[in-house]
Design a protein around this ligand. Structure first.
Ligand code: EPZ
Length: 430
């Protein structure tokens, strides 16, 4: 299993190019199944979740042709199955998007209950509510099975009981080929929601209002194909901004959309970090002590929950006491126990973390428990004195393209080592 060895304590200097957005790519790639033609997708991030989706699409009968490291051509005209294999689908949280795209195109789908990060219950009742309203019969077990009563979904008015990125995207996909108009109210407004809508419209769909809390989708007969370029990753960019804030230094982030970064930039500026916008770049600099502040994570345009672990690490080094409230997930502070092994002073009570800033962290052996927590612990290792060994880095490789390479280009002393897995101890006696 790969581990990262990080010798921290040095500031970061240089340039980093942000990759395509993971949470857009893991929706747009399954959405290609809706296209009765050829679609070319550019700025695709090179991450394991994407590679896994390519395998799933090929297994269903799509032709997937890599044009280069970041571009792919998908031809879904000859799909021969609507049941992705249990083994592949259960390894990725976003596999539920296969429901919306297969149900929307073929009127039926059966997808393994999703796996993914372990920070609390991750229900899909709002996805099911949307499909049911559009005329699908849905049964849930090891697989989620869905079938449109008359072979094709019909339009519906759907109100989301709470803001859900996944349910908004999934219902949007199911609706683009449905018979009639679908409205999604109390919709999620994240940048990747708009990106999916723009992708589908570039393939021939008719979606209006994405990015607001009310989206209208007029069903069309077929999507004919086209070319689309995925937006830059707001969370990857924010992660590198947090790394500069924690470790110090000056870094130019390239290929960003500053508007998407406002919720993150403004919080870092509150803490004494300098952020200078210019077209599609952000210059981030931290040379003075960090100031405390409070953060509450909320759906976009609020401070993103996927930046919660990273900002908590930065606040653990700020002067004074800060409070971080997790407003989206039930249990997204599991990583704090690992952060405390580096000397951080954090008390967690449910969805609230109280952070008493310390003037330095000290390296130690720690473990990642999910994607964003893993990235946050890398940031902690970069800021800490001494050496930090981080295990379970496969979580990080699901969603960050070449994090080690990008950090080394900024002067970080970080390397990957492959440590053979411990042979499982035979627990039987005798
Ligand atoms: C997406 O997850 C992201 N994953 C998550 O990012 C992100 O944390 C989350 O959106 C919020 O922004 C992908 O895009 C693949 P939700 P998703 O549906 O869609 C509740 C990362 O690090 N809910 O917006 O699963 C749910 O329990 C990952 O990249 C229901 O109750 O999140 C949560 O409290 C981690 N019923 C809230 O809504 C439902 O049917 C928001 O969940 C669906 C969700």
């Amino acid at each position: 299993m790969n581990q990262y060895i990080i010798r921290g304590g040095s500031p970061l200097f240089g340039e980093v190019t942000v990759s395509g957005a993971k949470n857009a790519a893991v929706a747009i790639i399954p959405a290609a199944l809706l296209v009765d033609g050829v679609c070319r997708i550019e700025n695709v991030p090179q991450i394991s979740d994407v590679t896994l989706f390519f395998s799933i699409l090929e297994e269903l009968g799509a032709k997937v042709r890599l044009l280069n490291r970041h571009a792919v051509e998908i031809d879904a005209r000859a799909i021969r199955s609507t049941r992705p294999s249990y083994e592949l689908a259960r390894r990725i949280r976003a596999s539920y998007y296969l429901l919306g795209s297969l149900l929307g195109r073929f009127g039926r789908a059966a997808v393994a209950m999703p796996g993914g990060c372990n920070f609390g219950v991750r229900p899909i009742d709002l996805h099911v509510k949307g499909f049911t309203a559009m005329g699908a019969r849905v049964t849930e077990g090891g697989f989620i099975e869905a079938e449109a009563e008359n072979g094709r979904l019909h339009g519906a008015n759907i109100y989301m009981d709470q803001v859900s990125v996944g349910a908004t995207m999934n219902v949007m996909m199911a609706a683009v080929l449905a018979d009639g108009m679908t409205t999604i109210d109390n919709a999620a407004k994240e940048p990747h929601i708009v990106d999916l809508a723009n992708f589908l419209n570039s393939m021939g769909a008719d979606i209006k209002g994405a990015g607001t809390d009310s989206i209208r989708i007029r069903g069309v007969e077929r999507l004919t194909g086209g070319t689309y370029c995925i937006i830059p990753d707001q969370i990857e960019a924010g992660t590198y901004m947090a790394a500069v804030a924690a470790a110090g230094g000056q870094v130019l982030l390239k290929n960003v959309i500053p508007k998407h970064m406002e919720c993150i930039s403004s919080k870092l500026v509150e803490m004494g970090v300098s952020v200078t916008e210019q077209d599609d770049t952000l210059l981030v600099r931290r040379s003075q002590p960090l100031r405390r502040t409070n953060v509450k994570t909320l759906p976009y345009p609020g401070f993103p929950t996927d930046m919660q672990p990273q900002i908590t690490v930065v606040l653990s080094l700020a002067e004074g006491t800060s409070i971080v409230t997790e407003g989206v997930w039930d249990n997204r502070f599991k990583y704090v126990d690992e952060l405390k092994r580096l000397g951080a002073r954090v008390q967690v009570d449910g969805k609230v973390a109280v952070i008493e800033g310390v003037d330095h962290l000290e390296g130690a052996p720690i473990k990642a428990c999910d994607l964003r927590a893993g990235a946050a612990l890398v940031i902690a290792g970069l800021a800490a004195g001494g050496t930090t060994t981080l295990e379970n880095v496969h979580y990080i490789e699901r969603g960050y393209e070449d994090m080690v390479g990008k950090l080394r280009a900024l002067g970080a002393d970080i390397r990957v080592v492959d440590v053979p897995e411990e042979p499982r101890q035979d627990s039987r006696i005798g």
